[in-house]
Design a protein around this ligand. Structure first.
Ligand SMILES: CC(C)(COP(=O)(O)OP(=O)(O)OC[C@H]1O[C@@H](n2cnc3c(N)ncnc32)[C@H](O)[C@@H]1OP(=O)(O)O)[C@@H](O)C(=O)NCCC(=O)NCCS
Length: 241
C-alpha cells in the first residue's frame, strides 16, 4: 500500500448533489452488482443524515470515497440475518436511534484513489460519530473477498485465522483489521450472489471503550481476537481491490 497521505481530503455528510458521483463510483467498485440508487441514498439521508459520509478532494470537489451507516439494536438480529435484512432492504428503514450499535453498511474508496489513506479518514469520521452519539460499538460485515481463491484449501474459519495472523491478505478484512476492528464471528450467505467471497463474511467490531461495559467484550471469538502483526511480517498472498 502506498503511503501518500493526502491533506486535501475532507470527510463530510453526504448531500443530494453527491448521489450521481456515489452511484458512478459504486458501479466501478462493484461492476457485477446493482449500484446504489438515488432512491436508496435519499432514504439513507432521510433516516440518518449524520451517518452518511463522503470523502471529497477539496482541490477538485470530486467525491473520492463514501460510507453509509445506520444504527441498529443488535439484539434484534442474529447470526442468520443477512446484509439485506440488516440494511432494511438497502433503504435503512430499520434504523433505530435508540440502538447502541452503528452498523457500517458500506465503505468504498474510488478505485483510482486507493492506498492514499482515504478509507482510514472515512473510518476516523465513523468512529468520531460513534463516540459523539455514545454508541457502544461499530459492527460491519467484511465479505471475505479472497476466500474463493483459497476455498479448495481452507475452511472459512481457517482462512480468517490466516488473515488475522497476517499470513493472507484479504482486501476487505485486512483493511478493517488495520482500522482497529476485530473479528466476532463468521457468517454464511451474507451476500448470496457474491462469488469472490462465496457468500462468506466476517462480522467485525470496533468497541467504543469510553462507553462499553465489560460484557460488551465477551462475544468475540477468541480464535480471532488477536491484533494483526506489524506490516513487515505479513503475507505473500494474492491481493486485489
Ligand atoms: C477497502 C477500501 C475502502 C480501502 O480503502 P483505501 O482508501 O484504499 O484504504 P486506506 O488507504 O485508507 O488504507 C487503510 C489501511 O488499510 C490497509 N489496506 C487498505 N486496502 C488494503 C488491501 N487491499 N490490502 C491490504 N491492506 C489494505 C492499508 O494498508 C492501510 O493500513 P495502515 O493503516 O496500517 O497504513 C477500498 O479498497 C475499497 O473501496 N474496496 C472496495 C469496497 C469494499 O470492499 N468495501 C468494504 C465493504 S465490507
Amino acid at each position: 500500500m502506498a503511503k501518500k497521505r493526502n491533506p486535501h481530503i475532507e470527510v463530510r455528510n453526504t448531500e443530494p448533489r453527491d448521489f450521481p458521483a456515489i452511484a458512478e463510483m459504486s458501479r466501478r467498485v462493484y461492476p457485477d452488482d446493482e449500484p446504489w440508487t438515488h432512491e436508496q441514498l435519499a432514504s439513507h439521508r432521510r433516516v440518518f443524515p449524520e451517518g452518511q459520509l463522503v470523502a471529497v478532494d477539496t482541490r477538485t470537489d470530486e467525491v473520492v470515497g463514501m460510507a453509509a451507516s445506520l444504527i441498529i439494536q443488535w439484539d434484534d438480529y442474529n447470526l442468520y440475518h443477512n446484509y439485506q435484512e440488516l440494511t432494511g432492504n438497502y433503504l435503512f428503514t430499520n434504523h433505530n436511534p435508540r440502538g447502541r450499535t452503528l452498523y457500517g453498511a458500506e465503505v468504498m474508496t474510488h478505485p483510482k484513489r486507493r492506498g492514499e489513506g482515504i478509507g482510514k479518514l472515512i473510518y476516523r469520521a465513523r468512529r468520531d460519530l460513534a463516540r459523539r452519539l455514545r454508541l457502544r460499538r461499530i459492527r460491519a460485515g467484511a465479505r471475505l473477498r479472497n476466500y474463493s481463491v483459497y476455498s479448495h484449501l481452507l475452511s472459512p474459519e481457517a482462512y480468517v485465522d490466516r488473515v488475522v495472523r497476517g499470513e493472507i491478505i484479504d482486501p476487505t478484512l485486512t483493511f478493517q483489521l488495520r482500522n482497529g476492528f476485530r473479528v466476532l464471528y463468521i457468517v454464511r450467505e451474507y451476500l448470496d450472489d457474491d462469488r469472490p467471497s462465496m457468500g462468506y463474511a466476517a462480522v467485525v467490531e470496533w468497541i467504543n471503550h469510553k462507553v462499553a461495559r465489560r460484557k460488551d467484550y465477551a462475544g468475540r471469538d477468541q480464535r480471532f481476537a488477536r491484533p494483526l502483526p506489524p506490516k513487515k511480517a505479513a503475507a505473500t498472498s494474492p491481493r486485489s481491490g
